[in-house]
Design a protein around this ligand. Structure first.
Ligand code: PBG
Length: 336
């Protein structure tokens, strides 16, 4: 009898037979280069006002907006599953929005209250807060707008600094500017240090593209821009050198972690950023990427679990050390 690894179909005289290393699952596991773990995942979560609320986002099936009380339960549960960090996004009621996003800096605002409550209830989990105006502005842009509809840079940075400080004061572990204004990382770092928050980190959305993949997220937050688009501040999909420039600037300004967003259509950017910096690189598997998988799976067109794992593995293989993903809880359960 031939043993399982003797060759019964040899006709070519090959020195290298790569299939040798793929013969069994044990071998495949031994030589696997990229292994996705729960430690890689950051879970974006949506908080809303009210009590006892858990509302599914129509374009993001199985993804919910929670009122603070229910969010705390969910955070405790995902922490139990081994998820180390969450990224918090607020759903601001229309009557709390204005042109300048005043509510964003309210020390008793929804984000600030929620951060305090989470750090109280689940102190170990790393809380990352979003620094951007779009959830808070009536016009839905990430910055202040002048009478001609131009998004103003430096005045916006002033507000972002105040917002970041109020989040640090509430107990955020990291602040994450997602706005793409020039110079905001440096301004936030200086202000945090001046106020004694030297250990509050900055996760910088360094290479954030003006992307159609954000559609479902804007549904979740009711934050779609009321006029124009975000192309004067978010990056052009055709550019990769510019991504490296943005990353370099954010690092010089004090970023602790740099991020590429979206992820799936930008794997080349993740890779280039990874080989050009020594900082941890994060990738944002955004709402549209989530929605595509959920929609195809709901139709029975793809194997959801396998596609999720393959997709996230591709991001890690490209160079992402951390992945923000709405699949985090599902993946934590799969990897258990
Ligand atoms: C805005 C912000 C967006 C996302 C995170 N922060 C949308 C936008 O820039 O319009 C998108 C996240 C996602 O699509 O999952 N500051």
């Amino acid at each position: 009898m031939l043993s399982a690894n003797s060759n019964t179909d040899q006709s070519l005289n090959l020195v290298q037979r790569p299939r040798r290393l793929r013969r069994t699952e044990t071998l495949r596991k031994m030589v696997r280069e990229t292994i996705l773990t729960v430690d890689d995942l950051i879970y974006p979560m949506f908080v809303m006002t009210g009590e006892g609320q858990k509302v599914e986002i129509p374009s993001m099936p199985e993804c919910y907006r929670y009122s603070v009380d229910l969010l705390l339960k969910e955070v405790a549960e995902v922490s139990q599953l081994g998820i180390k960090a969450i990224a918090l996004f607020p759903v601001i009621p229309e009557n709390q929005k204005d042109d300048t996003g005043t509510e964003s800096c309210n020390p008793a605002g929804l984000v600030q209250k929620t951060v305090k409550a989470i750090k109280n209830a689940v102190p170990d989990i790393i809380v990352i807060t979003d620094v951007a105006l779009d959830p808070f502005t009536t016009h839905g842009h990430d910055g202040l707008v002048d009478e001609n509809g131009v998004i103003l840079n430096d005045p916006t940075v002033e507000v972002l600094v105040k917002m970041a400080l109020s989040q640090a004061q509430a107990g955020a572990d990291f602040v994450a500017p997602s706005d793409m204004m020039d110079g905001r990382v440096g301004a936030i770092r200086q202000a945090l240090d001046a106020e004694g928050y030297i250990n509050v980190g900055i996760l910088a959305y360094s290479a954030k593209y003006a992307s159609a993949y954000y559609g479902p997220f804007r549904d979740a937050l009711d934050s779609a821009p009321k006029f124009g688009d975000k192309k004067t501040y978010q990056m052009d999909a055709g550019n990769s050198k510019e991504a490296l420039k943005e990353v370099e600037l954010d690092i010089a300004e004090g970023a602790d972690i740099v991020m590429v967003k979206p992820a799936l259509a930008y794997l080349d950017i993740i890779h280039q950023v990874k080989i050009n910096t020594n900082l941890p690189v994060a990738a944002y598997n955004v709402s549209g990427e989530y929605a595509m998988i959920k929609a195809a799976a709901a139709n029975g067109w793809i194997d959801e679990k396998k596609v999720i794992l393959e997709t996230l593995t591709s991001m890690k293989r490209a160079g992402a050390d951390l992945i923000l993903t709405y699949f985090a809880k599902e993946v934590a359960l799969m990897l258990m």
